[in-house]
Design a protein around this ligand. Structure first.
Ligand code: FE2
Length: 264
């Protein structure tokens, strides 16, 4: 399905055009991309350096450690491995603790899996422009927006014990709400656990909620490769149905499979 906010190019387009759209719109979809790890690495290497996943080996593709294979797996899911769960993934940044900030996040839909569940359970991708979330807060809470922004720009204690701000200034800021954002996927759970009464926890909750409200949804098709500016856009996913029982009583796993990469 086409969306005005998600510019779509055909596979085979010149890399310069991809970079131009990324600069202008912050994201781009390339349709008809083959599910071939070598081809994918070759293509994205034109944009920068594919980074290894920094959270350990769980979920990395056997062909290449820079590709994270997101696919439901009941055993890995029960161990809480994010790549294998069927629940929702709230919007977040790629490799939020990496400095300097990786420039791009990419995902290739290999198999969209089951598409017949109610909306919100088909693994729909979520993409949010962080400036939309800040603008939404400024409109809904004009009196407190400035202090919320200042809190987001201040360093806070992250799960790895480092001090980093969530929002940061961009050298080529384009409007009043155009800040870079690093939102680690488990930051909110960490803050609620370690500092439930801290006003920072409430501010991060408000920001994450606004981002979730402003997220756009797209059901990617097999062969859709989406590249996003990792400073300005967050990504996430609605739930999927992990497995189903067949008429004969056997469990069948959802074939949904997505490959993701981070580019420095
Ligand atoms: Fe992610």
């Amino acid at each position: 399905m086409s969306h005005a906010w998600l510019p779509t190019l055909d596979c085979g387009v010149a890399l310069g055009q991809v970079e131009e759209v990324l600069r202008r719109d912050g994201l781009v979809r390339i349709a008809g991309f083959p599910a071939n790890t070598a081809h994918l690495i070759g293509f994205v290497s034109g944009l920068g350096t594919p980074l290894g996943y920094y959270g350990g080996d769980a979920g990395t593709h056997a062909d290449n450690g820079a590709i994270w294979q997101v696919k439901y797996d009941p055993e890995a899911s029960s161990r809480g491995e994010v790549h294998a769960v069927d629940g929702p993934l709230p919007v977040h940044s790629s490799q939020a603790l990496r400095e300097p900030r990786p420039r791009y996040f990419c995902m290739l839909m290999v198999d969209p899996g089951w598409q017949d569940a109610q909306p919100g359970y088909n693994g729909e991708s979520l993409l949010v422009r962080w400036s939309d979330a800040l603008q939404e807060i400024s409109q809904r809470k004009p009196a407190t927006y400035q202090s919320i922004l200042e809190t987001l720009l201040r360093s806070i204690r992250h799960p790895d014990d480092s001090l980093r701000s969530i929002a940061y200034r961009l050298a080529d800021m384009r409007n009043d709400f155009d800040f870079g954002v690093r939102l680690k996927s488990d930051l909110l759970a960490h803050l609620r656990d370690s500092a439930p009464e801290d006003p920072v926890t409430s501010v991060v909750t408000q920001f994450a909620d606004a981002a979730q409200r402003m997220a756009r949804r797209v059901q990617l098709e097999a062969g859709d490769l989406v590249l996003v500016d990792n400073d300005r856009w967050g990504h996430g996913r609605e739930s999927t149905v992990g497995r189903r029982r067949t008429a004969t009583g056997d469990w069948l796993a959802n074939p949904r499979e997505l490959w993701s990469l981070t580019i420095a």
